[in-house]
Design a protein around this ligand. Sequence first.
Ligand code: CAA
Length: 259
Amino acid sequence: MAYETITSETQGAVTLITLNRPEALNALNSTVLGELQQAFAAFEADNSQHCAVVTGSGDKAFAAGADIKEMVDKQAADFFLEDFFAGWNDMTAKTRKPWIAAVNGFALGGGCELAMMADFIVASENARFGQPEIKLGVAPGMGGSQRLTRAVGKSKAMDLCLTGRMMDAEEAERAGLVSRIVPHDQLMDEAMKAAQAIAGMAPMAAMVNKELVDAAYETTLQQGMLHERRVFQILTATEDRKEGMAAFVEKREANWKGR
Ligand code: CAA
């Protein structure tokens, strides 16, 4: 599929989606959203694809935010009637397969929010994260105030949202926003290697692991534990559970059926 503002390609069982507006630091406009929605839907529907990586083109940015030039002349009623930004969360909420954000530079505003929608973030040592919307007279609109607070706690989320400052990859990793930092020139290798490893797992188990960790944000500990236990028990009915355990005992590689 040919896109205008992103690229999407498959490498084995991994879909690599690249935000491709380097001249605008990969700012996220409605064309990007429409194309990402198509790319995510294609990834989700393709039974040969088991994990995705999203990154930004160029050396400078993952995405420097929602496209300010697209927003500058809009009226409040337009934002409200279009339910502006709702599509981002809808798109990622519909994606049951795992995906990774490979953050190669600025991840600001909507860029930071898109990265936080991923199941985890692998960051280049050049990555910079922030929610600078306050400097534009607004506030985050794609989940920044909510997801950042859950990821790094109140104090740092307040600091970032209220001052609009950026944090570097080291600070982001210390704060728990980022799962690993890698040298800039190894970012894509490492992110793709992680994605290939995930894509090599039993597919339903990968989807269920994602669902369970996500559920931890939405529920109480006791309800979450019960949900986890029941899901574990149900997963034992799959062919892949029998294969996975038999392969361990027989000291061989598992041959997943995805059933
Ligand atoms: N929207 C539109 N265009 C953007 C952009 C954005 N968010 N960020 C950068 N660009 C464009 C610039 O306008 C510039 O284009 P021109 O050459 O045509 O002028 C080009 O990208 C390169 O940017 P700079 O010249 O500014 O590059 P720099 O290295 O000097 O600075 C930067 C980099 C610090 C990231 C700076 O570009 C910047 O501050 N960008 C805006 C960051 C921001 O405020 N993001 C939040 C947006 S609002 C939002 O995201 C709301 C939400 O919650 C979803």
